[in-house]
Ligand binder design. Structure first.
Ligand code: SF4
Ligand code: SF4
Ligand code: F3S
Length: 263
């Protein structure tokens, strides 16, 4: 993984909030500097690259034309309305650029629910007619779902792709090794669910004691993700912090999982 010639990675930003890039900046195994300086060559990333304007575009063209090829990471959904005209970078629509690069890439990783499934842009009434990368391009993607995803899952997928190829995926394109179990399966509050001990309100004594948040809206039983096992920032995750899981790694969760709170 630390070979002299590091694999080239191009990271596109489409319609999104940049929360997924913020998440990857907080990776600790390895730290972000080790990831982008020793493991991969992050040749284009609009948020963190030093270059701007024409120099940035030049870096993109060079990476895409390199004889060893490139891997594509996509953050954000793709607006389809008016042939993609609602989302442009450097004069080209997000639709045009993603459609051009995805079929050429050695592999396409979607970072976050926006690129995996359309995300918040696709929530009703979906004014920009946003869709996922797979829907927009027809290319099969490795979906690191979550809003945002855990950076550990992204790094794990990258390492797997580089060393062993594409990991085994579920029906929604998510690697089974990270998304094979529900949040509920590994939740520390599960013993209370099994004993029918539910917190009646967020500020109740039962909530403080760690009772199950199901009756307050928790979607952990129908959400596939490894949050309780890997934590965010090695510290915490929503349910441990007293917040119900809102199903952020599931397709169309903004519509299908709402209302997020029941009280
Ligand atoms: Fe932001 Fe969530 Fe979309 Fe990531 S998946 S870009 S965190 S809205
Ligand atoms: Fe399941 Fe949510 Fe209760 Fe945890 S808090 S046991 S994930 S329903
Ligand atoms: Fe998302 Fe639920 Fe984990 S909201 S971060 S999948 S606990």
């Amino acid at each position: 993984l630390t070979a002299a010639k590091r694999p080239s990675v191009v990271w596109l930003h489409n319609a999104e909030c940049t929360g997924c890039s913020e998440a990857i900046l907080r990776t600790v195994k390895p730290f972000i500097d080790e990831l982008i300086l020793d493991t991969i060559s992050l040749d284009y990333h609009e948020t963190i690259m030093a270059a701007a304007g024409e120099a940035a575009e030049e870096a993109l063209h060079k990476a895409v034309a390199a004889p060893d090829g490139f891997f594509l990471v996509v953050e954000g959904g793709i607006p389809m309305i008016e042939n993609g005209a609602w989302g442009k970078v450097s004069g080209k629509t997000m639709l045009e650029t993603t459609k051009e690069l995805a079929p050429k890439a050695k592999g396409v990783i979607c970072m976050g629910t926006c690129s995996c499934f359309g995300g918040v842009q696709k929530a009703k009434p979906n004014p920009s007619q946003a869709v996922s990368v797979k829907e927009a391009t027809g290319v099969t993607t490795i979906n690191i779902a979550g809003c945002p995803p855990n950076p550990i899952n992204f790094v794990g997928a990258v390492v797997h792709v580089l060393t062993k190829g594409i990991p085994e995926l579920d029906k929604d394109g998510r690697p089974n090794m990270f998304f094979g179990e529900t949040v509920h399966d590994n939740c520390p509050r599960l013993k209370h669910f099994d004993a029918s001990e539910f917190a009646p309100s967020f500020d109740s004594e039962e909530a403080k004691k760690g009772y199950c948040l199901y009756e307050l809206g928790c979607k952990g039983p129908v959400t596939y993700n490894n949050c309780p096992k890997v934590l965010f920032n090695q510290t915490n995750w929503p349910v441990q912090a007293g917040h119900p899981c809102i199903g952020c790694s599931e397709p169309d969760f903004w519509d299908s999982m709402s209302p997020f709170y029941q009280q």
